[in-house]
Design a protein around this ligand. Structure first.
Ligand code: KG4
Ligand code: ZN
Length: 337
C-alpha cells in the first residue's frame, strides 16, 4: 500500500509518501518560520497564503523523491483537524481535488493522532503506551492501546508547553520560536535551577502553563527587568538573567511533566512504555528528564527523531497507512473541523 500524506494545519507545508514495504520514502517540508518570525508568532492569513503557494510543488517533490507517481498512490491522507481553519482548508481542498481528479481514496487525519504515533514510525513501541505530546499548539497525555485505539487522559487547560517557551522568550525579546533559543541559553549555564518557578500542585492529569508565564513575568518585574505599563523588557543586554530564567523554566516544565506522568502511571498499571512526542521533544534536557522517569519505572522510553518531532507529513501518512489497512476511508465530503 502506498499513501500520500499532506499536512498544512499551522505554519508548515508538508508532504510525504509512506509505503507498506519501505515505510517513509519521502518527507518534504517548507517551514514558514522565517516569514512568521517578523511577527513573533503565526499570522493565519500569511500562513494560508504561503500554503497555497507551496502545496503543489512540495507534494510534487514528495512524489518525485519517493520515485512514485500519483497514479501508483492508493490513498491520500490529509490533516483536517485541529489547526488554523484557513491553513487546513488549503491542504484539504488540494487533497480533495487530487483525489477527485485521480480517483483516489481520501482519509482525513487528526493532526494530534499524527503526533501521538510519530514515535512508532522508527520504533517498535510496546502498547499500552503512555504518550505525552508537547508542542506549540498542544500538550496532552494519551493512553494508547494500539493503532487508532487511544484515550485522552489529560490536556492543557491554557497554554501548551511550547507556547510557554515561546511566550517567555517573547517577554525577554528572544525571537520566535523561543524554545530552541531558550534551550541554548539554559545549556550555557548547565541547566541549573536558579529560581524554582512554581508548577501546579494539584493531583490532576491536566497541564497548565499560563501560571508559569505569569510567575516569570512578575519575577522579571521584581528584578527591574520588565516594565509592565509599556510591556517592555529592560534588560536586553543582561545575558546572565536570560540564561537563568531560561534554565529555571526548563526545571518548572520538567517538574510538571514528571508529576503528571507519575500520577498517570499510578492510575494505569497496565502501561508498558512511555513516549514523548511533538516539537518540544527537540529539547534534550526535557527528554533526558523523561527518560530518567521511564528508567525509574522500568519502562522503555521512545521518542521520534527530530524530523518527526516538529510538524511533518510523514506522521500523517503513517496514520493514513494504518487507517487504510483498517479500511477507514472518508469520501469527498471530508471537511475541516
Ligand atoms: O510540533 P511543532 O513544530 O508545532 C506545533 O504543532 O506546535 O512544535 C513547535 C513548538 C514551538 O513552540 C517551539 O518553541 C517548541 O516546539 N520547541 C522547543 C524546542 N524546539 C522546538 N521547545 C523547547 N525546546 C526546544 N529545543
Ligand atoms: Zn503539531
Amino acid at each position: 500500500m502506498k499513501i500520500l500524506g499532506i499536512e498544512t494545519s499551522c505554519d508548515e507545508t508538508a508532504a510525504s509518501v509512506y509505503t507498506t514495504e519501505h515505510g517513509v520514502v519521502s518527507n518534504v517540508l517548507f517551514s514558514q518560520v522565517e516569514l512568521q518570525k517578523l511577527y513573533g508568532g503565526v499570522v493565519p492569513e500569511i500562513a494560508s497564503r504561503s500554503h497555497l503557494e507551496k502545496i503543489a510543488p512540495i507534494t510534487q517533490e514528495a512524489l518525485e523523491t519517493a520515485g512514485i507517481s500519483l497514479d501508483e498512490i492508493d490513498a491520500i491522507a490529509v490533516t483536517n483537524k485541529p489547526g488554523l481553519p484557513g491553513s487546513l482548508l488549503v491542504g484539504v481542498c488540494f487533497a480533495k481535488a487530487l483525489a477527485f481528479a485521480k480517483n483516489k481514496k481520501i482519509i482525513g487525519i487528526n493532526h494530534l493522532e499524527g503526533h501521538v504515533y510519530s514515535a512508532c514510525i522508527e520504533n517498535k513501541v510496546v502498547f499500552p503506551s503512555l504518550v505525552l505530546t508537547a508542542s506549540g499548539g498542544h500538550t496532552s497525555l494519551y493512553l494508547v492501546r494500539g493503532y487508532g485505539d487511544y484515550d485522552v487522559l489529560g490536556t492543557t487547560l491554557d497554554d501548551a508547553a511550547g507556547e510557554a517557551f515561546d511566550k517567555i522568550a517573547k517577554l525577554m525579546n528572544v525571537p520566535y520560536p523561543g524554545g530552541p533559543l531558550l534551550e541554548e541559553l539554559a545549556r550555557q549555564v548547565s541547566f541549573q535551577d536558579f529560581y524554582s518557578y512554581p508548577h501546579p500542585k494539584d493531583k490532576s492529569l491536566n497541564f497548565s502553563f499560563s501560571g508559569l508565564k505569569t510567575a516569570v513575568l512578575y519575577d522579571l518585574v521584581a528584578k527591574g527587568a520588565y516594565d509592565l505599563p509599556t510591556k517592555k523588557f529592560l534588560a536586553h543586554d543582561n545575558i546572565s538573567l536570560k540564561q537563568q530564567v531560561a534554565s529555571s523554566l526548563h526545571h518548572a516544565v520538567a517538574r510538571q511533566f514528571e508529576k503528571r506522568l507519575s500520577y498517570a502511571l499510578s492510575l494505569h498499571a497496565e502501561v508498558k512504555s512511555i513516549c514523548f512526542v511533538g516539537g518540544v521533544v527537540c529539547n534534550a534536557f526535557l527528554r533526558s528528564r523523561l527518560a530518567n522517569l521511564a528508567v525509574a519505572h522500568f519502562l522503555p522510553f521512545f521518542y521520534p527523531s527530530r524530523q518527526y518531532c516538529t510538524d511533518n507529513a510523514a506522521m500523517i501518512a503513517f496514520v493514513g497507512h494504518y487507517k487504510a489497512q483498517q479500511g477507514l476511508f472518508d469520501d469527498l465530503s471530508v471537511d475541516i473541523y
